[in-house]
Design a protein around this ligand. Structure first.
Ligand SMILES: [Zn+2]
Length: 167
């Protein structure tokens, strides 16, 4: 059986878009009339990255790592949560190869913020911004995402185990 030190993980997240909340994605606050609802700051991109990393390393999921009913995660800065996961991965000799993401929403236009999001994420993930891909799509006005009530994110992450070979 062929052996590989590479592991792929997938992550998904969806948040409602509501009035009276800040719109934060990839650690960047973007001016918009609606924000992402959630216990934490609602950063769906970071949450999906966390789940992809936990999936690739078989370390569970975000709900297990940061229970939503724990008051200490109220309005938590998601970049701090991601940073804790990055530490956990490096303790287990996982290195991040690359991250690819797609943000699905009708509004706002996100491409002007990709550069800043990548810089932020690169810093927290301790990898080069060149290994992080951010894309966005609309939902063709279909369903709750299409009518602007929600925003979803899909992420895949590739990890490599450094040092000893894994099966
Ligand atoms: Zn989330």
């Amino acid at each position: 059986m062929p052996k590989s030190n590479l592991r792929i993980g997938t992550g998904f997240d969806i948040h409602r878009l509501v009035k009276g909340r800040r719109f934060i994605l990839g650690g960047v606050e973007i001016p918009f009339e609606l924000g992402l609802h959630g216990t934490s700051d609602g950063d769906a991109l970071i949450h999906a990255i966390i789940d992809a990393l936990l999936g690739a390393s078989c370390l569970g999921d975000m709900g297990k790592a940061f229970p939503v009913d724990d008051p200490k995660y109220e309005n938590a800065d998601s970049t701090h949560l991601l940073s804790q996961i990055v530490d956990k991965l490096s303790q287990q000799n996982w290195s991040i190869v690359n991250i690819d993401s797609v943000i699905i929403c009708e509004q706002p236009k996100l491409s002007p913020w990709y550069g800043q999001m990548k810089e932020n994420l690169a810093k927290v993930l301790k990898i080069s911004a060149n290994t992080i891909s951010i894309k966005a799509k609309t939902c063709e006005k279909l369903g709750d995402i299409g009518n602007g009530a929600a925003l979803a994110v899909q992420v895949v992450a590739l990890l490599e185990k450094i040092g000893k070979q894994i099966v």
